[in-house]
Ligand binder design. Structure first.
Ligand code: BES
Ligand code: ZN
Length: 466
């Protein structure tokens, strides 16, 4: 059978099985694989085992669960095409916590289809995108009995908590993950109908600040005015993190930040990005940010600092007159090339400690971090991925984008293999990832399966490492 004809029969098969693919994804989304919660440790493992079993069921028979100090890594390979290129597909099967639970229209782990959307925690981030690949592989194997290349699969259970055990895994198993190219589907497209290839991610440094002023909570009448209040110290410290214009005051914070080149600025400015859409999608009243940069530049190529949570003292119903003993905050910094998360965390921690008043102690813990990633996307492999996306989505062009989120794996594998990483995500910016009522657009899920099937065919042309 001529080559084009073979792909088209696989695509026909995918089109005929559209509804079944949704039913099967629902089973995966039902598993509450919340990696940050010790209560869900066994659910996370069950999810890993489910994926391992699915891989075997669709004909990828060499599979293995690797234990780590945290959640297991699912590894599998179909490498029966001697001489053909090998592609490593990465995704994550862990999901974010579901709070605030009362804001979900239907429960997060009882996936529900409404208006062409699949609602459920993990539907887009990242189970739907992982499953798009499994379904494309299944279609190739069911329809042709083979694949046009060799595939390796690496599904992680700790992406949402900083991938702390992944670097060690990759170091110990360097030969296993050796490949000619890496594919990651864990990012949104720029907009509906505009499939996108992401060539840059921000990094992350995440800290917790704990302020203590006295041994135990105190009566605010008996001690107010003579004993320092840690909540006030915390508020004062946090207020020193940025100046009036929003510039981050951590010493050395901007030292290594690479400036945006003018041709990249022009490319970003030419993207069909509608600022108003961000307001509509988020319900925010106005956009803000660093002066001298466009919204996309601020989101994708400039570092930021955000408080994620502040707590301490009395927050229940009614009033209680108390000076709390401690106050706490969690904060994260999104980083850009070439800021190093370890260097930035250390600088931020010492700056925070230096702001402590004499009457309080400030402890800073580094919770996790991840490196940023950037690829100039000049390697011809990107053109192959673009062609696959155009065919899969039935469009003439794609967008090259960066993203503000982080996927620590990408920089690690890019540095280790020096091979291109193709970030072809099938999500949309407004699918409520990490928030209540996360959803996956089922049309994009279907087109993601089609695109993956085309992608394997396109990538079969890759030169091999030998
Ligand atoms: N899918 C996201 C990464 C992402 C988010 C890409 C937004 C593009 C836009 C991923 O699951 C994620 O949430 N990553 C974490 C990583 C962190 C815990 C190290 C993130 O970005 O917060
Ligand atoms: Zn996520």
């Amino acid at each position: 059978m001529p080559k084009e004809r073979t792909v088209e029969t696989v695509i026909d098969h995918i089109d005929r099985n559209r509804d079944r693919y949704v039913r099967e994804l629902i089973e995966l989304v039902k598993i509450p694989s919340i990696s940050s919660s010790s209560k869900h440790r066994l659910d996370v493992r069950r999810c890993a085992e489910y994926l391992q079993h699915e891989l075997e069921r669709i004909g990828v028979r060499k599979t293995r669960l690797f234990e780590t100090d945290g959640h297991p890594v699912v590894y599998a390979e179909w490498t029966e095409n001697a001489g053909a290129p090998t592609v490593l597909i990465y995704g994550h099967y862990d999901v974010q916590p579901v709070d605030p639970l009362d804001q979900w229209v239907t429960p997060p782990f009882e996936p529900d289809v409404r208006n062409g959307r699949l609602y459920g925690r993990g539907s887009v981030d990242d189970k739907g995108q992982v499953f798009a690949h499994l379904k494309a592989v299944e279609a190739w194997l069911q329809q042709t009995g083979t694949l046009p290349l060799n595939l390796k699969f690496l599904f992680e259970g700790e992406e949402e908590i900083g991938s702390a055990n992944l670097d060690g895994f990759l170091r110990d198993n360097a030969a296993l993950v050796r490949s000619d190219c890496v594919v990651v589907s864990d990012t949104p497209m720029l907009a509906r109908g505009l499939p996108s290839i992401c060539y840059g991610l921000r990094g992350l440094a995440y800290l917790q600040v704990d302020v203590r002023a006295c041994a135990s909570d105190l009566h605010s009448g008996s001690f107010g005015g003579v004993i320092g209040n840690p909540l006030h110290a915390l508020v004062h410290i946090l207020d020193q993190l940025k100046d009036q214009s929003g510039r981050i005051r951590v010493p050395g914070f901007y030292d290594k930040v690479l400036p945006l080149e003018s041709d990249e600025r022009a490319a970003l400015a030419a993207l069909p990005f509608v600022e108003q859409q961000v307001l509509t999608d988020t319900g925010a009243q106005a956009l803000l940010g660093e002066e001298g940069y466009t919204t996309l530049e601020r989101l994708w190529a400039r570092p930021t600092l955000d408080l994620n949570g502040i707590w301490g003292g009395f927050i229940e119903e009614g009033a209680k007159t108390v000076i709390p003993a401690t106050a706490h905050a969690k904060l994260s910094m999104r980083l850009v090339p070439e800021q190093d998360p370890a260097v930035i965390s250390t600088a931020a921690a010492s700056y925070l400690r230096s702001l402590a008043p004499a009457w309080a102690t400030v402890d800073v813990q580094v919770l996790h971090g991840g490196q940023s990633w950037y690829d100039p996307h000049t390697d011809p492999t990107f053109d192959l991925a673009a062609a696959a996306l155009c065919k899969g989505f039935g469009v003439e062009r794609i967008a090259y984008i960066r993203e503000g989120g982080s996927i620590p794996f990408v920089r690690t594998i890019a540095d280790a293999t020096h091979r291109p990483c193709l970030l072809i995500g099938f999500g949309l910016p407004d699918e409520c990832a990490h928030a209540p009522n996360e959803w996956l657009d089922l049309d994009n899920y279907h087109k993601g399966i089609r695109s993956s099937a085309y992608l394997y065919d396109e990538l079969s042309q890759l030169p091999t490492l030998g």
